[in-house]
Design a protein around this ligand. Structure first.
Ligand SMILES: [Fe+2]
Length: 241
């Protein structure tokens, strides 16, 4: 078991994730304890809510790493960002001011929950052309996908890699996202799975969710979603059919 978590909020005081350093440390320690050997911090970059920028999140990450240097039992730590998809993000991306995952081969994007942005697939396609695969955070939590997955197809064609939020499976976001996640798992829609953990207490839910995932898709596919495929995303070798 060697899992890679592409989505968590362990950097303190920078978004709606942990507030204190010790909680961030407890969070990554907990994730390591349930099998994640590598954990990415993905602080929100979202206009009017979390006005973070590349320089700020890089500094916060460097400070975190310095604070935990030498501590035992921690996973490998990396940095990305959860970019809210809007014109601001698109401007940042084009200016080279987005925060892709280490290696620069992919970046995490979240969508507005109620409706899909216009021309989204064109932007995703352009990202892919520029060598940065769009990783689509928690598709099961967006209303357009609650009942059916059809509207996801153009995004998949454009190169998007859907990332299951594990806690959707244990009802953290309510019934409709849970149902949508179960359906999308059955449809084989997801490329990878992540914790999206915001606090140490989330670790227990994530552990329960991994057990559910194993039950639903079997050990082999679960481990691919949690380990092999996130590694492919980071290496830039993700292919998705
Ligand atoms: Fe998140």
């Amino acid at each position: 078991m060697s899992f890679v978590d592409l989505h968590s909020h362990y950097l303190p005081g920078i978004d709606d994730g942990v507030r204190r350093l010790e909680d961030g440390v407890a969070l990554v320690r907990g994730l390591k304890g349930i099998g994640f050997d590598t954990v990415m911090a993905t602080p929100h970059i979202r206009t009017a809510m979390f006005p973070n920028r590349k320089g700020g999140v890089e500094e916060a990450h460097a400070a975190f790493r310095e604070a935990v240097a030498g501590e035992e039992g921690l996973p490998e730590l990396g940095l990305g960002a959860e970019h809210f998809f809007d014109d601001v993000f698109w401007g940042l991306f084009q200016a080279g001011e987005a925060v892709p995952y280490p290696g620069g081969k992919a970046a995490l994007v979240e969508l507005p929950p109620e409706r899909l942005p216009l021309r989204l697939e064109h932007c995703f396609f352009e990202m892919r052309v520029k060598g940065v695969r769009p990783v689509l955070a928690h598709p099961e939590r967006y209303r357009p996908f609650f009942k059916r997955t059809d509207d996801l197809d153009p995004l998949l064609d454009a190169g998007a890699l859907p990332l299951l939020d594990l806690m959707s499976l244990v009802g953290r976001y309510g019934r409709r996202p849970r149902k949508a996640a179960e359906r999308m798992l059955e449809e084989g829609v997801y490329y990878a799975a992540c914790s999206d953990a915001h606090k140490p207490e989330d670790v227990e839910l994530v552990r329960d969710a991994i057990a559910k995932l194993r039950k639903r898709v079997g050990d082999e596919e679960a481990e691919e979603l949690l380990g092999e495929n996130p590694r492919r995303i980071l290496a830039g070798t993700a292919e998705f059919e």
